[in-house]
Design a binder for this molecule. Sequence first.
Ligand SMILES: *Cc1c(COP(=O)(O)O)cnc(C)c1O
Length: 456
Amino acid sequence: MPDSTDYRRVIPSVDKILRQTEITSLQSQFGRDLTLQAVQSVLSELRQSPEVGVTIERERIAETINALVATRLDEWTQPTLRPVINATGVILHTNLGRAPLSKAAIEAASEVAAGYSNLEFDLESGKRGSRTIHASSLLTHLTGAEDALVVNNNAAAVLLVLTALAKRKKAAISRTQLVEIGGGFRIPEVMAQSGAHLVEIGTTNRVHLSDYAEALDQGVQIVLRAHHSNFRIIGFTSEPEISEIISLAHAREALFIDDLGSGAMLDTARYGLAHEPIVQESVSSGADLVCFSGDKLLGGPQAGIIVGRKELIDKIRKTPLARAVRADKLCLAALSATLLHYLKDEAEQYVPIWQMISLPAKLIEQRAIKLQKALSQGEVLPASSTIGGGSLPEETLPTFILSFKATRPDEVSLRLRRAATPIIARIEQDRIIIDLRTVLPEQEAFLAEVLAQVLA
Ligand SMILES: *Cc1c(COP(=O)(O)O)cnc(C)c1O
């Protein structure tokens, strides 16, 4: 066994290491510069921590260094953004990227990504076109609105609308709706950022039509409604119907802007959930503009969608901020393909989040039992899946989970997260919970394999 000084003397030079065949092959895989950096980093670590060296046999030192260099290169080049398996049963999991895309949406984005497209080119005239036309006719068909504009996300949509229309004007919102969405998006701060003068009306639990009337009498020109999204007020509460607020606002020549948040296009009540406001309902109630997300209950890519009156949308398009928050071509392609599913009345069949929402508990139970048999452990139990993504708080869908008792659930969960495709499960007390509602059928075999290893 060599002592530590002895050991440090036998560390080969960088040049010598770079000439080894294993390292040459790493160089062709990772490039010369990066491999050199990895070799230097491994060597400097070894020199600084001789205690590591004591455990290495002299004749195996080159081999050990090669392996360390290979591991380091893998670590450095591993993408930080990776696909994971969502076994939590939370359908629109904000931390896990919200909505998975339909096959058609993936194909549309991938075709546009692979080459050139007519993003801003009019094929008929051969002249410059506008990117804002993409997806907008699908949106007007679907919602009945006069015009539509797609931007980067709904936070941007709300900020853009207010900046274009409410700057230096009085904008009213009910105190029941002064919400914080996640990621620090707070409605009152966004209104302030836009340059609007915020007029708060009503109280935390109740707002009346007379509160709106009073605000309009005092010169409010914009009325904003923000969907509660991620919380629910219960008990002694009231908010007027939006059609009543809209009539009142229009009678005083004020605009009504509806931030729907989720923006469903199918009725969630069909699936035993509370009714989530539908975009079409808002438009037909007479809202001047309606804003919603592309990747919540629409089930498409991250986007902010503004639909409403043409004259207002034209004005919004012209503001400098519109350029700064515009949607990119991949988003527009994927969004158009997603919208087409709704237009063809096939969303429940093809849009993954609707497939998941409409999945009968019985089928999930069958899948869970199959997995339990394959693993010969765990219990299949009735439980609840949630929608997530700040949509339908407190609402659940009946499901069946596969539950495993673990003495160290945190450790099991860490090992699941370290799988080649990380698996994200729920932990409840001393149990690991797998809800197959959000696991795509093609991921099930891999999930079974990893669970078998981890639980062994
Ligand atoms: C989610 C949400 C937003 C933000 O939408 P993003 O697409 O996440 O930017 C804004 N307003 C409401 C009411 C929401 O629920």
